[in-house]
Design a protein around this ligand. Structure first.
Ligand code: FPP
Ligand code: MG
Ligand code: MG
Length: 391
């Protein structure tokens, strides 16, 4: 599968929205504490792929091409939340912070939400609604929070070719900064004022933790093919929770905000689910194939962390003894090297890639419900770029 045309480049179609992403997130993150600001902003200052906001923005634009008469869900949520309203705890605006006290701010005004300034009138641009833009920012905040925590859990030293947050600031600050990001993301979610979207995004936070918990546990019980199959199901479910849930539910939220009908909402969800599974399966494949220097984060890390991902699960089908090695998390001397050898002999990486292709195909199939447009073409290209990426 090759991208059809270089014209519909995913990034350039929403480049305006993407260029203000980090700045807008920055405005949601101001705290009364300068070091907290620094740690919370740390991963936003490095060269991330920003895949999740890109998906949300492109899908939102593609959804805007649906004629209004077909958006039978009722309301299109055009309220503007893109303007920054200060949050409690943001230094000068907070009556309870030293700066707030210093400036004599009246706690009544700040603590009563109804007396707070309202967001300005709808400002849709480029077909993308203000709430969809905010959604893209929230999704990146939740994702970044999970990366700060993930690098502590995985004891990683690098991310995006820089020292990871835990190395730059220590575990305690990295964890707290992740929690702070989630807290501020939650305020931004509440301000979207759409119960369905609030529920979707809150669920993704719980799902990330559930997926990470599933990953802590061993999957192999014995060396039989039934155990292999069960492990594969477990792996896919874990992968949905740790990666695809955020993508699928944010795609669904973008569709809900657009007022699209139920069929389109379901297709948006299924698109995000399949794309998310493809994304993480490719990630698990790259862990075997790309050196750290290109990846910008530790390579070959999964086996060392005791994790059995798709390449090794495929190899197990051919080499039953891998069942026992998975069960003991590759912790005996030589396990990691032997597992790598089995993966190579069983073409585990190639089989993993074919699995990712299947999910990408299904993701593309779901998009066929949307009307033809440049943004749809760009979204298809993004899907292929996620499948074919090298980092
Ligand atoms: C990266 O996976 C990590 C995730 C996709 C999710 C991590 C989730 C948590 C740590 C749970 C806590 C969640 C929140 C919202 C604070 P990876 O380690 O396979 O990828 P990597 O190679 O990029 O590190
Ligand atoms: Mg990790
Ligand atoms: Mg991890």
């Amino acid at each position: 599968v090759e991208p059809d045309t270089p014209v519909n480049d995913p990034f350039s179609i929403v480049s305006k929205e993407m260029s203000t992403l980090a700045k807008n997130i920055g405005s949601l993150l101001g705290s009364g504490h300068p070091t907290l600001n620094k740690v919370a902003m740390y991963y936003f200052q490095s060269e991330g792929k920003h895949v999740r906001p890109l998906i949300v923005l492109l899908l939102s634009k593609a959804l805007s091409e649906i004629p209004l008469s077909e958006r039978t869900r009722g309301t299109i949520d055009t309220d503007d939340v893109s303007a920054h309203r200060p949050m409690l705890g943001e230094g000068i605006d907070d009556p309870l912070s030293p700066l707030g006290i210093l400036h004599g701010i009246n706690p009544e005004i700040i603590l009563n939400p109804l007396s707070r300034p309202q967001d300005p009138l709808p400002a849709e641009s480029n077909g993308i609604l203000p709430k969809q833009r905010r959604l893209a920012e929230i999704v990146e905040m939740i994702h970044t929070a999970s990366l700060l925590h993930d690098d502590v859990i995985d004891n990683s030293a690098t991310r995006r070719s820089q020292p990871s947050g835990n190395i730059a600031f220590g575990n305690k600050m990295a964890i707290l900064a992740g929690d702070f990001l989630l807290g501020r993301a939650s305020v931004a979610i509440a301000r979207i004022r759409n119960a369905e979207v609030i529920e979707l995004l809150s669920t993704t936070i719980a799902n990330l933790v559930e997926g990470e918990f599933m990953q802590l546990k061993n999957t192999a019980v014995d060396t039989t093919m039934e155990a292999n199959r069960a492990s594969f199901e477990y792996y896919i479910h874990k992968t949905y929770l740790k990666t695809a849930s955020l993508m699928s539910k944010s795609c669904r939220a973008a569709a809900v905000l657009s007022g699209a009908n139920d069929q389109v909402v379901e297709a948006a969800y299924a698109y995000g689910r399949n794309l998310g599974l493809c994304f993480q399966i490719v990630d698990d494949m790259l862990d075997y194939t790309i050196p750290e220097s290109d990846l910008g984060k530790p390579a070959g890390a999964d086996l060392k962390l005791g994790l059995a991902t798709a390449p090794v699960l495929y190899a197990w089908e051919q080499f039953p003894e891998l069942g026992n090695m998975i069960r003991r998390k590759f912790d005996e001397p030589g396990d990691v090297e032997l597992a790598r050898k089995y993966v190579a002999e069983a073409n585990g990486v190639e089989k993993t890639r074919l699995l990712a292709v299947q999910y990408a195909d299904e993701a593309l199939r779901q998009l066929s419900i949307l009307p033809e447009s440049d943004s749809l073409a760009a979204l298809k290209n993004l899907t292929l770029a996620i499948l074919n990426r090298k980092k």
